[in-house]
Structures are given as C-alpha cells and as structure tokens.
Ligand binder design. Structure first.
Ligand code: ASP
Ligand code: MG
Length: 439
C-alpha cells in the first residue's frame, strides 16, 4: 500500500476534487491523506481570531461566508440528490459546531477545535464523492489514532498501536481516507501538527504501516533545482537524498514540510513528490539511495540576521563558545549558520524575538556587531568532502558578489553562504548558471 497525500490546492475546488478522485480510482488500494481546501485553514484562523477578540459578528460573518463556499462546492461536486444531501448534512454538523464557539469562553483549546474542521470537511466531501462513484471507501478518523506526546512530538508507538488494528479490521476495504494535520495531544485534546502538517501525517502513516511509498501530491512537478520565482528555466530534481530534501525544505523550498522527512527516512520509505495536474510526470523521488557526486539544488532563506561576536580577549579562551551559545539557548533561539575564527564567532538567526536582550547579554563579555536583511543561499547535493571541485565552483560563481559568511562541512549535503538581500537574485542566478548550465 502507498500513502497518498493531497495538499490544499489539489482539493481547492469541486473540479479538483473530481480530478483527485479519478486519480485515486486508477491507483487502487491506498491510504489517502487530505489537507483542508486551500484558504480554509486561513479562514478558520481568522474566525478564531475574531472569537479571541470577542467579535461575534465578525466570526459569524466569516463562518457564513465559508459555509456558502462549501455549499457551492457541494452543488458542483455531486451528481445524485442522495449523495449531495448526505454531504450537506455532514458539513452542516461542522458549521453548527463552528457556530457553537461564538460564546463567552474562548481559548487555545477552542481554537484547535476550530482549526481541525477544515481537514474534516475535506474528507467528508471526498469520502461521499468516492461513494457516489461506487467506491466503498473507509474513513479513518485521524483523531482516533494521530497523537502527540508530552514533548508535542508525534507519539509513534501510540499511532501504530491504534492505526494498525483499524486497517486490519477493514482488510477488504478498497481504499482508506483520513485527515492530515489534525491530531490529539497527550491529554487527549484536539490539536494539530502545525501549519503544513499534513505532510507529516502522511509520513507518520507511511512509517507505521511500512508503506511501499509516500506520495505527496501538489500542483508543481516536484522539487526544482532553484527557486522558479527568481531563476528562469529551473528543472525538477528527479532524485534526492532525505538529508538533501531536509536541507532544501528547511532553507525555503516550499514543497515539503521539513518535519516530514524524518519518519520516512528512518523507516526507509521513499517519498515521491508528484503533480496532480500532470500525474504521469516522474516528479521527485526522495530516498536513502539517490545518485552520488552531483549537486542537486539551490535554495534561499530570507530575513536572516548575522551576529558577529568577538571575544574581549586577544585569543579565544575555552568556554567562550559555550558562553555565547548558552545565551541563545536560554532565549530558545535556534542558530542557523556558524563560522569561527581565532578571535570570534559569526552566527545567524532567523528569529528576532528578544533580540535586544540577547545582544545586551552578549555585550557583557564580547564586542558585538549585527547585519540584518541577509539571505542564506544553500547549495545542496552530495558534498561529501572527498568529492573535489564543488566548493571551488560555488565560490567561483559568486566571484563578484560580497559574501558575509560561508559554512561548509557541517553536513555532507550542503554549503551555505550568507549574502545581502539585494544580492540574492544575482547570487541564485550565478550559481544556477555555474552549477546546472555550464556545469
Ligand atoms: N491545512 C493545514 C494548513 O493549511 C495543514 C496542511 O495543509 O498541511 O496549514
Ligand atoms: Mg503543504
């Protein structure tokens, strides 16, 4: 069995639902994970926001407009009166539930309940539509098996213990369908796996069921070798290592959620990125065994601040680094890049929370200077250090561009370079040309 996850745009309209259903019928017995229709989760966030602000009228209005939208989808999707009425009735349940929150008490738990409705509505639509087409699909309620533990990490043993018997119980089922993103926390309250979390749902299900493959269906043909918004003629990357995919996802490639890589990787389940509009295209296959000795892709991450921290002594003494990192740890600010010299350390962060306080603390024992509006350019590929020539090409490509920091050797899969925001597009294009066109 495969796990097939469809993102919000893939189920963004009645037409798209039909398109996905057709695709599912061709592919047989699999576990299908659905996101909320595109725009729905954002609308639900807004509804919750009105409720936090105790603006009931605002919330009511948003709920009504969302309900109208879904009513239009129901009208366009179903052929038969029975199927249409059944879906309408089930959706009505969701909307009545949403309206029930327009009352005094509103907090985080209520917000999570509201956010969970989008994925539930997608599966109501798809399950009823597939049944109308004659497929007796089995709906697996994600809230019955998807769960996080005390550290808000997926509780894999629990997920396995709950999900596998559900699948066994329906040994004859022609297809399974479930909600992405939504789960319960360790207390059993409704929760979610963070925005974009449906990819993680798919990866977790793939891992615990030992799936043949995890397919992530979107509306782009796989992961591209550079960002098509800034570089012309980018190409899909056919094969990537899990580590490369993780670097790319973290450094800005929008296609796959970074957290989703790990469960698939450790269980050695390949992940394939596919395009619903072009289902026959090869897409991108992410596995533990991609081709070696090649550069795969370039990504960029914006809004980076560089901090240079120079020791107040002539030479770095032991303990200086831990003194520096301890400050960031205390404020829970992750560090992206690091470069060191004999007298100091430069590092980057992408989160400005408590920035002034952090800088003030560092100034107690060091000289500190900062550069904002920087961009990390990340070159990803098989950069195991014995492979010669790649670093040279990267540096050569950026010959005319001021580079603030370079980080290499932290993993076998990337070189990161820090440049100014205004040099980003030039840097991406220079690297693209050197690494993929001139080679
Ligand atoms: N619907 C959720 C979101 O918009 C989860 C997902 O689509 O992955 O973030
Ligand atoms: Mg997504």
């Amino acid at each position: 069995m495969k796990v097939m996850k469809f993102g919000g745009t893939s189920v963004g309209s009645a037409e798209r639902f039909k398109n996905v259903a057709r695709l599912l019928l061709d592919r047989g017995r699999n576990i299908v994970v659905l996101s909320a229709m595109s725009g729905t989760t954002n609308s639900l966030v807004e509804i919750a926001d009105y409720l936090y602000k105790r603006n009931s009228a605002g919330a009511q209005e948003m709920i009504t407009s969302l309900e109208n939208k879904y009513s239009g989808v129901v009208n366009a999707l179903f052929e038969t009166h029975e199927a249409r009425e059944k879906a309408r009735k089930e959706l009505k349940g969701c909307f009545s539930y949403l309206r029930s929150f327009v009352r005094e008490q509103f907090g985080e738990n209520e917000e999570k309940e509201i956010l969970s409705q989008g994925e539930l509505m997608s599966t109501i639509l798809m399950a009823n539509y597939l049944r109308e087409l004659g497929v007796d699909v089995v709906l697996l309620p994600a809230l019955d098996f998807m769960r996080t533990d005390e550290n808000a990490e997926p509780d894999i043993p629990y997920i396995e213990k709950r999900l596998l018997p559900m699948l066994e119980e329906h040994a004859e089922a022609p297809m399974f369908i479930t909600q992405g993103y939504i789960c319960r926390n360790c207390r059993g309250d409704v929760d979610n796996l963070q925005r974009g979390g449906s990819d993680l749902t798919a990866s977790l299900i793939g891992a615990v069921t030992g799936a043949e493959e995890i397919e992530i269906w979107t509306d782009i043909d796989g992961m591209h070798n550079s960002d098509p918004r800034y570089v012309a003629n980018t190409q899909p990357v056919h094969e990537l290592h899990f580590e490369e995919a993780a670097e790319l996802a973290y450094f800005g490639a929008k296609i796959l959620h970074p957290t989703c890589v790990l469960p698939a990787k450790v269980n050695n389940i390949p992940v394939r990125l596919l395009n619903t509009m072009q289902p026959e295209a090869a897409g991108t296959l992410i596995s533990n065994f991609p081709p070696s000795r090649t550069i795969k892709a370039i990504a960029a991450k914006d809004n980076i601040t560089a901090i240079k921290i120079k020791s107040s002594r002539m030479l770095l003494s032991y303990g200086f680094m831990s003194q520096v990192f301890e400050v960031f740890e205390r404020y829970r600010i992750p560090i992206d890049m690091v470069a060191t010299s004999e007298v100091g350390v430069s590092l980057t962060i992408d989160n400005r929370r408590d920035f002034d306080r952090i800088i003030n603390e560092l100034k107690v024992f060091a000289t500190v200077s900062t550069d904002d509006d920087m961009v990390i350019i990340c070159v990803v590929g098989d950069l195991e250090w014995h492979n010669t020539g790649f670093e040279a090409k990267v540096v050569e490509a950026l010959r005319g561009i001021p580079v603030r920091m370079i980080s290499y050797g932290g993993s076998n899969y990337n070189i990161s370079l820090l440049v100014k925001k205004e040099n980003k597009i030039e840097a991406l294009n220079a690297l693209h040309k050197k690494l993929f066109i001139d080679k």
